[in-house]
Ligand binder design. Structure first.
Ligand SMILES: [Zn+2]
Ligand SMILES: [Zn+2]
Length: 145
């Protein structure tokens, strides 16, 4: 397979246990359809919902490396990060660095969800007035000891 951008032959690499076809020239990466799921699974924990992945779908300027059909572009999870994909579900093309950006966005999202979860827990504890066996007032007093 050749790079859809600069026609350099793609090299197969193993990244986080996932087989990825990478362009040695522009650092773009081809992921088969299921491999984006695998990439996400390296970050997402199962209890967190993945949500909608594709936003603002439009025509791409590159062709699929497998069937050579015009690809489509979408914004990854409502972020301003364009990803190309084959409408026949052959896979995804990530321009150089985009896979790291996806992982960063996912980590941030997981962090946000965790934070809001623990904030919710803390709020519930405050509401009950008890945290770790002591009333919230005792705990505040403890802070000023
Ligand atoms: Zn390339
Ligand atoms: Zn295709």
């Amino acid at each position: 397979m050749d790079c859809p951008r600069d026609k350099t032959a793609l090299e197969t690499k193993i990244d986080r246990g996932i087989e990825i076809d990478q362009c040695p020239s522009c650092d773009g990466k081809w992921l088969d359809q299921h491999e984006l799921d695998l990439l996400e699974d390296t970050v997402f924990v199962t209890e967190l919902k993945k949500g909608t992945r594709m936003y603002a779908i439009r025509e791409s300027d590159i062709n699929c490396v497998k069937c050579n059909a015009k690809m489509a572009t979408f914004n990854y999870r409502a972020y301003n990060l364009p990803v190309d994909y084959c409408t026949d579900q052959h896979g995804f093309w990530l321009d150089g660095g985009e896979d790291k950006e996806i992982l960063n966005l996912m980590k941030k999202r997981v962090g946000d969800l965790k934070r809001s979860k623990s904030a919710e827990k803390a709020w519930n504890k405050n509401l009950l007035g008890v945290a770790g066996g002591k009333s919230i007032f005792e705990r505040i007093k403890d802070l000023f000891k």
